[in-house]
Design a protein around this ligand. Structure first.
Ligand code: SF4
Length: 423
């Protein structure tokens, strides 16, 4: 099979993985004529997830052979798809060729399990080693790691990769047991914990080096070796949504636990996409894409707005996020007793709960109110979406007559009807 045919199969097979954003790596470049490439900027090549999202990395599998039989996966052993496998040097060559032609800025490499988790992981790590050590490649590398692989292999992967990810795959142990029985949630979590320790150690070492550099004499050359980096862009994971009946409250609780216990950079939510010759245990239809979108919004609220998972969705409220409004507005409508919020006095945590106020807008308000009391005219100047915010806040010259009107809010939040396009 020629290289182009392999590329067509193995790039297509990789498109179901959504966990490959490239933020947060260590800055590297080749401006002084040394090495190949740089990892600045985040756009790389364009891969498309099944829902059409554009993801820019050379995103391929080393092979789509797999000895496991995860029911939701198009590459499972029982799937009737064409198979291919790259040699290590082929991936290295492709990455460098695409890079030099300015088509990509990095590599996202995953693999089906061939022979054994260790054997597969060794192959994946070897690609990254050759790129970094033999070709001085300075672009972004994201490696998908195999949880059952030996700890030394995970450690080696982190030396070469900017980001590592281990897919948790499904939100509960029960779902994993029924849809991916060969996968072991304890092994997944154990590997995440190991990665966390390595990442934390590398960060601590880098901080120590920085501290010593700051206190050394200005002209003194530090005699020490550079701090070793380990997956500087951290670790991430992916969870499939809608492959079973797990509700949003459980999904968000699992994410909160993963963020807390393993300090993940991101949990990616990937709406289940029906696959050919699927098992009868799987739904025939994909969940609405807006569900995935609401989960991302809820995830954002947990990471940057101080919301707990069970405040956003809980079994008491049916366990599912509302699809017609974003989760922050849904929370505000469910808690009229918290509003209106006085923009001149409320603490930051409460301001962050006002629909329409983002983190930057809140910081601008906090600065502005130090100088004088805020008026409704100030909101526009501070780039606050006035119409969205006013029903929830008190400022000089404005106090809403009553609490937010849920019916009116829902009507405003409803998207305008869309007419079908002519063909
Ligand atoms: S181990 Fe990965 S590639 Fe193999 S069947 Fe499961 S999800 Fe698919």
């Amino acid at each position: 099979m020629d290289l182009n045919a392999k590329l067509a199969i193995l790039a297509d097979a990789a498109k179901y993985d959504a966990s490959c954003a490239s933020s947060g790596g260590t800055r590297r470049d080749s401006v002084q004529g040394r090495g190949v490439g740089s990892n600045e900027g985040v756009g790389i090549c364009h891969s498309y997830a099944p829902d059409g999202r554009c993801i820019s990395l050379l995103k391929i599998l080393l092979t789509n052979y797999c000895q496991y039989d995860c029911l939701y996966c198009v590459n499972r052993v029982s799937s009737n798809v064409p198979r291919a496998r790259f040699a290590i040097d082929e991936v290295v060559r492709l990455t460098l060729d695409f890079y030099r032609r300015n088509c990509i800025e990095g590599l996202f490499l995953s693999s089906g399990i061939i022979r054994s988790p260790d054997y597969t992981m060794e192959q994946v790590v070897e690609v990254a080693r050759r790129l970094r050590e033999e070709h001085d490649f300075r672009g972004y590398i994201h490696l998908k790691t195999i949880p059952d692989a030996a700890p030394e292999l995970l450690q080696r992967a982190g030396r070469y990769a900017d980001r590592l990810s281990i897919n948790i795959e499904l939100p509960t142990e029960g779902s994993l047991l029924s849809l991916a029985p060969e996968k072991d949630v304890s092994a997944i979590k154990r590997s995440m914990a190991r990665l966390r320790v390595h990442i934390d150690d590398a960060k601590a070492e880098a901080r120590d080096h920085q501290r010593v550099d700051v206190v050394s004499l200005p002209n003194a050359r530090p005699a020490r070796a550079k701090a070793k980096s380990f997956a500087a862009a951290g670790q991430s994971t992916q969870m499939i949504v809608g492959a079973d009946a797990t509700d949003d409250a459980t999904i968000l609780a699992t994410s909160a636990q993963l963020y807390g216990a393993y300090r993940l950079k991101r949990v990616y939510y990937s709406a289940f996409s029906p696959i050919p010759d699927a098992s009868s245990s799987l739904p025939l239809q994909a969940p609405p894409l807006v569900r995935e979108h609401r989960l991302y919004q809820a995830d954002w609220l947990m990471r940057f707005y101080g919301f707990a998972a069970d405040e956003i969705a809980s079994p008491r409220s049916g366990g599912m996020l509302r699809l017609e409004v974003d989760p922050k507005l849904a929370w505000a409508l469910a808690h009229p007793e918290k509003f209106p919020v006085d923009l001149d006095r409320a603490p930051r945590e409460l301001l962050l709960r006002v629909p329409g106020l983002g983190v930057k807008a809140v910081d601008r308000l906090l600065l502005a109110r130090r100088v004088r009391r805020l008026r409704s005219e100030d909101l526009k100047r501070l780039h606050v979406p006035v119409q969205k915010v006013l029903p929830f806040v008190v400022v000089t010259g404005h106090r809403p007559a009553k609490g937010p009107d849920a019916a009116q809010m829902l009507a405003t939040a409803k998207p305008a009807p869309l007419q079908a396009a002519l063909f």
